[in-house]
Ligand binder design. Sequence first.
Ligand code: CAA
Length: 408
Amino acid sequence: MSADYAARYGLSAAEEAWRRKAQAFALEEVAPLSREADRAGRFPRALVPRMAALGLLGTPVDTAHGGGGASALAAAVVAEELGRVDGSVRGFLAVHVGLVTQTVAQFGTDEQRRAWLPRLLSGATIGCFALTEPGAGSDAAAVTTTVRDDGDHVVIDGEKHWITNGGVAGLAIVFGTADPSAGRKGIEAWLVPTSTPGFEAHPMDGHALGHRASDHARLVFRGVRVPRANRLGPARGGFKVAMGGLDHGRLNVAAGAVGIQAACLDACTAFARSRRQFGQRIGDFQQVGALLAQMRVDLEASRLLVHHAARTLDRTRGPATAETSAAKLFATEAALRTATQAVRLHGARGYDDALPLERHYRDAIGLTIYEGTSEIQRVILARDLLGRDDPAADGPREGARGHKDGAR
Ligand code: CAA
């Protein structure tokens, strides 16, 4: 189904060029490293300068900031092609580009952009997004990392965990509270060079089920002093910075889930054609044919949801939070179903890492959890429908986007 991708899905010539570039990079340069990187549990850092040279570290970043100026759709198809081959490398990009570079471009001052964007785009500095804490996962507003005024500096103390790229990053966007009594209205985002005294990065304890070649770290901040000029976004406005960053990251995750499904469906189709049992191709057994048909429908629906969210972003130039949540929810759950069936359909072959299917299966579970679980995506979608409760009002509630135009 990939040869006529651009025509089937209405990609512009520029978007198709981005897709092909990412596809060639993924197949020729990433795929040969994937199994060993997964086995070793080590991020293949040598790929970073290559991604920079190809422009993949800044695909959707404005040309005015030195990025590729590509559409959100182009960034999504880049993520799909990388996700088709390697979830850890795709995850690196989701964080470095979606959560960090785009967030600095969106919320940074001119000075902050000048200081950090060239380094992020060239790969000289890797970025991480330090939001999650042991006690603040789904409830992102519950962060307990503190930000305390100290003259023309602030001092940050606390701990983060499961921070992708945390051990290789040169820049962390750290979310902390300037007023623990204010809940999410006390949260601020700070640009913290990881070389700052008091900043520690430790590998996570344990051995992750999936995304084993991702660098996941526990970060500890002990009296980390950074200049006041390093605040990203408004005072006490860090929660919206976090949510805005996650809007980009989640679309990348959803597109990666499309890639996993495409890889699994390709492998299953080829195997169902070539593998013979009981005197016929296994694909000709109705149970296997039905499985392939369901995988195809799931893939198509997931891809269209991702493209719809991306096109909404491109059209409105504003947030597409609900569209992105719908895409992430559906595509990641579908990737888990499809990868599970792909392993089983291949029998013992699928259970072994000679094929990438068991890796896709392990990675797919992670996609339903990180950057907002499936349950959190449902919360976002339900709130988008219902709006805030206003018992005094009669009729549609304030904030509800409702069914007025029949679009939902
Ligand atoms: N963009 C901008 N603003 C947004 C927004 C968005 N996408 N979503 C919400 N907001 C705003 C709301 O409009 C609201 O603003 P006002 O105060 O002005 O009304 C404010 O933020 C609060 O919104 P909610 O009432 O919805 O907040 P909540 O506390 O109930 O939480 C939530 C909402 C959706 C559950 C949120 O907490 C959430 O997304 N949780 C999941 C967090 C998550 O995904 N964590 C994974 C991070 S990944 C990581 O850290 C590791 C890594 O390496 C990547």
